[in-house]
Ligand binder design. Structure first.
Ligand SMILES: Nc1ncnc2c1ncn2[C@@H]1O[C@H](COP(=O)(O)OP(=O)(O)OP(=O)(O)O)[C@@H](O)[C@H]1O
Length: 650
């Protein structure tokens, strides 16, 4: 253990900040502090280790077991299990779950899934605000929540109308938006009612603090009783814990508070070529970016492999991986990760890998998408909502979604009338739907406009619940037509078979909010850049390294302003550099030089030129600009065919 590591582990002050370049052991230092605290007699329940994602929490918990063992603690698995290791959003939700918090906030922490947000958005459109302006106002509202700014201080004029309607829609359905969670938690913890919920943990250890919103950062500070240590690096900011990270909250952590001990780590561990590359990419963006003063580890070449087309990339790279794995069949496949720039690339690689006999665990692309207005494109969404209703027939937002599927306005007009009816009759959503149904059955006039349509959907929902009540596991998924949907394939594969609807729904919900990799060490990982946060892999294969994928096309588009383009490029730079740094040994970038124009446009590659080839329009593409920007630290370049030939595979 280095001297500074030992100092951090033994730290007995109140507040500290650990800062260091990529791979300098910031997480390691926090985990060793936790282990040392346990060894010194601190109750495991009194420790909170906070991460940016649920997967980072899973990985941290595993590393914690080693850290505890290293200080001679016995029963390490049990002890590690008793320490709270969770992502910021989970921490805030746990606070809001407490009955006292529910009473004080008057809110239920039932967060809208990303696709459910589309129903909310449709209902917001009833305000009449043009869609673009509405989106930008909602974005501003979320930004203010993330900044923990009190609503009455900033909501005025039209924005106040937007906020009021948002509150009304969420109140009537007992629901909450994702970005509201830390806001409500922070306001509660700051209030008199929240006094007992503050300082819940003797020790709060917050990793990747730069990724958190100001609201999340404040919550963590308020939860610490005796000691708070934050670790991070503003140049590694990734938008994964919140839509509005606050790296300044980390940068100024020690200047805005008194008596903060700062530990600056300066040695990067792992393949020095990897960390030097990442540092060079960060420096190309900002001369002040933190870089390592020393590098420790075994030097190994890093490479960029060039293919002609995406198909060649999918085929060639998976053949290569197959050959490499065959050389060492006993090695844990979970130490290998294929990084995909988008869902399409992730699926393509997943399919190719499965075809070659690999088990695969994919992370970062599981959010259910579709169009709720079009039943054919909403099959996964309907299955999710059906499970939700079977698990909890009183879930009001599930009913909101259910009645809206398949209508071009998701019946937001009717929903509005229904809410007015509720106000007039001092009644709830289910009362209104029941009243509409009763009128429809009796052939009476509608209690409110569109009531008949909503009643029809409601009755269909009740019939669905009656038809499937009592079904379990695979049988239930099949009854909901979810068994054939790709979105449910991973869930289906993990089922024991006798899970009831509530259990299944909890499992699906977890994949939407807190997804993690399977524990299976035989499964190769496929990951988004963002989900690399908090992880480490022996080998990373970074696919689709073309401009437009990374950085995103918005970093190039001439339609936006220079400042907008820069913002996208620099945010993506940090995501890229922090992501690929997670390779401890082998790092390979994979790129291709051309693609059918239609594919390039649809997937948002940055097209350099277009030319005709065999009467097909072909887009010429460039490798990710960050690679060349690394200058002398850039990887060596290989042709795809050379790579395969070296393994005797041409
Ligand atoms: N003192 C050390 N000696 C040897 N290896 C170390 C040491 N500290 C950390 N490592 C190893 O270096 C790698 C990076 O460690 P860690 O994840 O703790 O760093 P980090 O600064 O949090 O990384 P990131 O910048 O990716 O968030 C890990 O593989 C870890 O096991």
């Amino acid at each position: 253990m280095t001297e500074m590591m030992a100092e951090i582990a033994a730290f007995d002050g109140r507040t500290a900040k650990i800062v260091g370049p990529a791979r300098s052991g910031k997480t390691e230092a926090l985990l060793r502090r936790a282990a040392a605290a346990v060894a010194a007699g601190c109750a495991p329940e009194d420790i909170l280790v906070e991460t940016s994602t649920a997967e980072a929490a899973r990985v941290a918990r595993r590393r914690l077991v080693d850290a505890l063992a290293a200080v001679g603690v016995s029963g390490v698995e049990d002890i590690a299990g008793r320490i709270t290791v969770a992502c910021a959003q989970q921490v805030c939700l746990a606070v809001l779950e407490a009955p006292e918090a529910r009473a004080a906030t008057g809110r239920t922490p039932r967060v809208l899934a990303p696709f459910e947000y589309n129903f909310f958005l449709e209902d917001m459109k009833t305000l009449g605000t043009p869609a673009r302006r509405l989106r930008s106002e909602l974005s501003h509202i979320k930004k203010q929540w993330c900044a923990l700014a009190a609503e009455d201080e900033w909501a005025v004029g039209e924005e106040k109308d937007v906020l009021d309607l948002a509150h009304r829609l969420l109140d009537v359905t007992n629901a909450m938006l994702e970005d509201e969670v830390a806001y409500l938690c922070g306001r509660y913890l700051q209030s008199n009612e929240g006094a007992d919920a503050r300082q819940q943990f003797a020790l709060v250890l917050a990793d990747d603090f730069q990724n958190l919103s100001a609201a999340q950062q404040t919550c963590l500070c308020l939860l610490a009783r005796d000691q708070l240590i934050v670790a991070g690096n503003p140049d590694e900011t990734v938008r994964v814990a919140t839509s509005f990270p606050n790296p300044e909250g980390f940068a100024t952590f020690d200047t805005l508070r008194r008596n903060v001990t700062v530990f600056a780590l300066d040695t990067a561990f792992g393949n020095p070529n990897v960390t030097a590359f990442c540092d060079a990419v960060a420096r190309a963006g900002s001369e002040e970016a933190l870089v390592a003063a020393h590098r420790e580890g075994t030097i190994r070449d890093i490479a960029t492999v060039k293919w002609n087309t995406p198909d060649e990339e999918f085929n060639g790279l998976t053949r290569y991986l197959f050959a490499v794995s065959a050389e060492d069949p006993e090695a844990a496949q979970s130490d290998i990760c294929v990084v995909a720039p988008n869902k399409q690339w992730a699926h393509a690689f997943e399919q190719m890998l499965v075809r070659r006999g690999f088990a695969v665990s994919s992370l970062g692309f599981e959010r259910l998408t579709g169009d709720p207005r079009d039943t054919n494109r909403a099959r996964a969404l309907v299955a999710y909502t059906s499970l939700n209703l079977l698990a909890d027939p009183d879930d009001l937002f599930a009913w909101r979604a259910w009645v809206g599927f398949g209508n071009y306005l998701t019946y937001s007009d009717g929903w509005h009338f229904l809410m007015d009816w509720c106000d007039e009759h001092d009644a709830g959503i289910l009362d209104a739907l029941e009243a509409a149904t009763a009128a429809r059955t009796a052939g009476e006039a509608e209690p409110f406009p569109r009531a008949e349509r909503l009643a029809e959907r409601y009755e269909a929902g009740r019939a669905m619940i009656a038809a499937h009540a009592g079904r379990r596991g695979h049988n239930l998924l099949a009854a909901l037509d979810a068994d054939k949907l790709r979105d449910f394939a991973a869930l289906s594969a993990t089922l024991a078979g006798d899970e009831d609807a509530a259990t299944l729904y909890a499992m699906v919900r977890e994949t939407q909010f807190f997804p993690t990799h399977e524990a299976n060490v035989r499964a190769v990982r496929v990951s988004s850049y963002e989900q690399l946060c908090g992880c480490g892999y022996r080998a990373l294969y970074v696919t689709g390294c073309v401009d437009g994928f990374m950085p995103a096309r918005d970093a190039f588009e001439v339609v936006s302003t220079d400042a907008d383009r820069d913002r996208v490029r620099e945010a993506d730079r940090r995501t890229f550099a922090a992501g690929v740094a997670k390779a401890t040994d082998a790092l390979m970038f994979s790129t291709f030089s051309r693609a059918p124009l239609e594919l390039a446009e649809r997937t948002k590659m940055q097209v350099a030129r277009v030319r005709m080839e065999d009467s097909e329009r072909i887009a010429t593409l460039r490798p990710t600009c960050f690679i060349a920007e690394a200058g002398a630290a850039a990887p060596i370049t290989l042709g795809g065919q050379t790579l395969l030939a070296d393994l005797g595979m041409d």
